[in-house]
Design a protein around this ligand. Structure first.
Ligand code: CAA
Length: 286
């Protein structure tokens, strides 16, 4: 661990992203405190982390001893006061601005003065989230990608108020957990989703228009562009509800029709065809 400023990391929310973040941070040698809203969610999060760690052994990425050490570094709590000695807290709750603002307001009071507060939001304005704290210079975005243990990139999102020291600490932290960092602006979609969303939406419009099949679109992108998954498979993987939310948030922010969700996407979300998580999206996962 080559980042001396950060020793203990808090993670708010232990769903798909929060559990992945807690896992990679603990595996890198940091002490981690995971906070959830109730004991059922905490238990679910604990199981997600343990399951993913066990998978790493099966994939030959970790030894049983590594797993035991990682698990020993993670503490689970329902009490935000347990963040009092954290040097960095990463929030990974659902994409809801009001909820995030409430959490950041509470974090600002619960965390020590020097602590950095980060959000894993994929599309919301980070300066808006930071504005409810009394430490806007120590707030930034740390945007991880799914599946967190496998994806090499970390987008560090700098707001107009993020301090230079905060940015440097975040860069060193990102590298220390094995990620390659890029500095992204606090604009809708940052870098990756700014490019990914028009790509998703155009693929969906192509399906909607009946001009190409989903299989051919995905095959074309995989073999013609060397992507590991085609856009429709990837949209199912990310979650069509999430993709639709990001698209709506970006459209609202920019009034640019390139980002407007196609009718087909909205209908699929209404039908709860969210993709892998509900076992049905563009493809069936039953
Ligand atoms: N946890 C840990 N490691 C994993 C993993 C997991 N859940 N899933 C796969 N891996 C690792 C494997 O260990 C393997 O690593 P090595 O090559 O070093 O051995 C590698 O990933 C490939 O795994 P597999 O061969 O088992 O499986 P695959 O080839 O089908 O890859 C995948 C699975 C990594 C998910 C790949 O399909 C992929 O990269 N897909 C694209 C994922 C992507 O683009 N994610 C970003 C979504 S956008 C987002 O998250 C942000 C947002 O705001 C919407």
């Amino acid at each position: 661990m080559d980042n001396l400023n950060i020793k203990k990391v808090g993670v708010v929310g232990c769903g798909l992203m929060g559990s992945g973040i807690a896992e990679v941070v603990a595996a890198a040698g940091y002490d981690v405190v995971v906070l959830e809203a109730d004991s059922e969610l905490l238990d679910k999060g604990n199981k997600l982390i343990d399951g993913s760690l066990a998978m790493s052994v099966r994939r030959g990425k970790m030894t049983e001893a590594d797993i035991t050490a990682s698990k020993g570094r993670i503490k689970y709590t329902l009490n935000m006061a347990d963040f009092r000695d954290c040097d960095l807290v990463i929030e990974a709750v659902t994409e809801n601005m009001e909820l995030k603002k409430k959490i950041f307001n509470e974090l600002d009071q619960a965390c020590k003065d020097g602590a950095i507060l980060a959000t894993n939001t994929s599309c919301l304005s980070i300066i808006d989230i930071a504005s409810v704290t009394g430490r806007m210079d120590r707030v930034l975005g740390l945007h991880f990608f799914n599946p967190v243990p496998a994806m090499k990139l970390l987008e560090i999102v700098r707001t107009i108020a993020t301090g230079e020291a905060t940015l440097e600490t975040a860069k060193a932290f990102g590298q220390s957990i094995g990620k390659t960092v890029v500095i992204a602006p606090d604009i809708p979609g940052f870098i990756v989703n700014r490019l990914l969303m028009p790509f998703f939406l155009e693929a969906i419009r192509l399906v909607e228009s009946g001009q190409a099949s989903k299989e051919d679109i995905d095959r074309a992108v995989m073999l013609g562009l060397n992507h590991p998954m085609g856009p429709l498979k990837l949209a199912d993987f990310v979650g069509l509800d999430t993709a639709c939310f990001i698209s709506e948030a970006m459209y609202k922010e920019m009034s640019d029709t390139r980002f407007a969700p196609p009718v087909l996407l909205k209908k699929m979300v209404a039908a709860r065809r969210y993709g892998r998580k509900t076992k049905r999206g563009f493809y069936d996962y039953g």
